[in-house]
Write a protein that binds this ligand. Structure first.
Ligand code: ACO
Length: 335
């Protein structure tokens, strides 16, 4: 059987920095509240003048990852694109990247799993490679949150958390045994779907209905979140997914060289770090700079950790995420 390994990593974030103080022009909030509750100091929000959007940020990250893999766009066999903020209702970002990178008419799959989107996508890519169907799969996570957040005091509980950005990985066939992706575990619990959701426009709440009602209290077309409920579930599910991955591979927490947690909230990451007894050099967080970039968060953080030299050959790298759906999961990699 073939193995799969990450051969290229890249990320792209918009240049426009929005600090916590900058947010006070739209809403009643403050730097102290945001930092104390989330750890976030600033995030990147697309400047509309630049023309950046979910697909082209994904394409920018992908170009870097493909080049670092020592490949060209023509070597890629399949695209997997994860986002909750597509440029269009349909089609999704995968086909847009195929076009933007001028790739051959390869398949493109969109994954709708919010903060777990990259974990799910990496797992799907891993299966395609392990079955022998594809040799090089491009996996992208990209989000344009700023285009759809409510910039007012009413929306502050959600709006201050999210940032824009994209990351990409090339997953390639490998003959090396015991290396690359060792396992992935994916979960969902749809009964909590509405605890963190954006309900319209959708077929259940379509545009004419929203316009007709014109209700100032209708926030169905902005994301809403039951923050404390999500937080309580996140800390439990993160831990479960990591334990499941370690047990499958007969590994212990002490074997972890680098944990890349989805950047939902610094307090969640710190809780998980403490639970597994990991020192600061074994966890990479960047939520302080980028906020929560949802499907892009794990891949941006992984790329950044790798660029900083924090991940070396043979290291045990654990990726874990939890988010809207609820969905959650983990991927264990022997680098
Ligand atoms: N600035 C100032 N005050 C605020 C802000 C703000 N930005 N937002 C809310 N407040 C106020 C509230 O109105 C409330 O005031 P009140 O006590 O007078 O009613 C008070 O602060 C406390 O609000 P809570 O929502 O209870 O704050 P909490 O401590 O729960 O922190 C947070 C909120 C940071 C969102 C936290 O609940 C959290 O991180 N939850 C998990 C998020 C997460 O993991 N999401 C999953 C991934 S995202 C995805 O999948 C798309």
């Amino acid at each position: 059987m073939y193995n799969s390994k990450i051969t290229g990593l890249g990320y792209y974030v918009p240049e426009n920095v929005v600090t916590n103080n900058d947010l006070t022009q739209w809403m009643d909030t403050n730097d102290e509240w945001i930092q104390e509750r989330t750890g976030i100091k600033e995030r990147r929000w697309i400047d509309p003048k630049t023309g950046d959007n979910t697909s082209n940020m994904g394409a920018k990250a992908a170009r870097i990852a493909i080049e670092r893999a020592g490949l060209t766009k023509d070597d890629i066999d399949f695209i997997i694109f994860a986002t909750l903020s597509p440029d269009m209702y349909f089609p999704g970002g995968g086909v847009r990247v195929q076009d933007l990178l001028d790739m051959p008419t390869i398949g493109a799959l969109d994954v709708r799993n919010q903060c777990s989107g990259f974990i799910y996508s990496l797992s799907v890519a891993d299966q395609f490679i392990k079955t022998g169907m594809y040799k090089n799969v491009l996996v992208i996570g990209s989000e344009n949150h700023s285009g759809g957040l409510e910039r007012s005091t009413r929306g502050r509980g959600v709006t201050v958390i999210f940032g824009d950005g994209a990351g990409a990985a090339v997953l390639s066939r490998s003959e090396a045994q015991g290396k690359g992706i060792l396992s992935s575990h994916l979960h969902s619990e749809g009964k909590h779907a509405k605890e963190l959701a954006l309900e319209g426009p959708s077929t259940g709440r379509w545009v004419p209905e929203i316009i007709k009602e014109n209700d100032p209290n209708d926030v169905s077309y902005y994301p809403h979140m039951n923050g404390q409920f999500v937080f309580k579930h996140a800390v439990v599910r993160f831990s479960e997914a990591i334990i499941e991955g370690l047990q499958t591979n007969n590994l212990q927490a002490t074997d972890i060289d680098m944990l890349i947690p989805h950047q939902a909230n610094l307090r969640i990451s710190q809780f998980v770090q403490k639970k597994f007894g990991l020192s600061d050099d074994k966890v990479h967080n960047n939520i302080m700079k980028y906020g929560n970039t949802t499907a892009a968060s794990v891949i941006i953080a992984l790329t950044e950790a790798w660029e900083l030299g924090k991940i070396k050959g043979n290291d045990l790298v654990v990726l874990a995420a939890f988010g809207s759906g609820f969905t959650w999961g983990s991927v264990i990699i022997r680098w």
